[in-house]
Design a protein around this ligand. Structure first.
Ligand SMILES: [Zn+2]
Ligand SMILES: [Zn+2]
Length: 170
C-alpha cells in the first residue's frame, strides 16, 4: 500500500472528537478513561477497527481524507464504544446491547454497524507485472484471471510472459 499521510488538521479534528466522546463517557460513567492510541493503518474497505487489549483505534487514512468530519463523527464513536464496552463489560458481542447502550445512551448517536462511505477508491487495486522490457499495470480482474490460471498475459513488445511484481493500491 502506498503510504498515506493524514493532514495534521484532520488528525487534530480526530483527537477533538475522541476527547469530546471520552469526556461524555467519563461524565456518564463517573470514571476516568485513558486516551486510546489512534493510528492510521487500517487498510481495505474497513473504516476503522478497535484493538481492545491494546486500547487502540485504527483508522483508514484514505476513507478519512475522502470523508473528513463525516468520517470522524461516524467512526470515532463507533470504535470508541467497542473499547468502552470491553472496558466496562469484558468480552461481549461486538455490536451487542452493551455497545448499543454506549452509542445511543452515552454518545447519543445511532448505533449503526456499517459505514456509509464509498469504497470505490480503496477497492480499485492495481497490480504491477513486469516482463523483460517494461512494467505493466493489470486491473484486479486481469490479476484474478491470472491467479485462477485462466489466462497468461504476454508482452506485445518482447513476447515474454508477465510476472507479478508487487501489489499497489490506488
Ligand atoms: Zn463495530
Ligand atoms: Zn516486454
Amino acid at each position: 500500500m502506498k503510504f498515506v499521510s493524514v493532514p495534521l488538521s484532520l488528525q487534530q479534528a480526530v483527537m477533538r472528537t475522541l476527547r469530546q466522546k471520552l469526556t461524555q463517557a467519563s461524565y456518564f460513567l463517573q470514571q476516568k478513561f485513558p486516551e486510546p492510541q489512534i493510528t492510521y493503518q487500517q487498510r481495505g474497505t474497513i473504516a476503522g477497527s478497535a484493538r481492545l487489549q491494546e486500547w487502540e483505534i485504527r483508522l483508514n487514512p484514505i476513507l478519512l481524507i475522502e470523508n473528513q468530519q463525516t468520517f470522524i463523527d461516524e467512526v470515532i464513536p463507533h470504535e470508541l464504544a467497542h473499547l468502552l464496552a470491553y472496558h466496562q463489560f469484558g468480552k461481549v458481542a461486538p455490536h451487542g446491547k452493551e455497545w448499543c447502550f454506549i452509542m445511543e445512551t452515552i454518545f447519543e448517536v445511532p448505533a449503526k454497524r456499517t459505514h456509509p462511505f464509498s469504497v470505490h477508491s480503496v477497492r480499485s487495486q492495481i497490480f504491477i507485472y513486469y516482463c523483460r522490457c517494461q512494467q505493466h499495470e493489470l486491473t484486479i480482474r486481469q490479476h484474478n484471471k491470472v491467479l485462477r490460471g485462466k489466462i497468461c498475459y504476454i508482452c506485445r513488445q518482447c513476447g515474454e510472459k508477465l510476472t507479478l511484481l508487487a501489489e499497489a493500491e490506488t
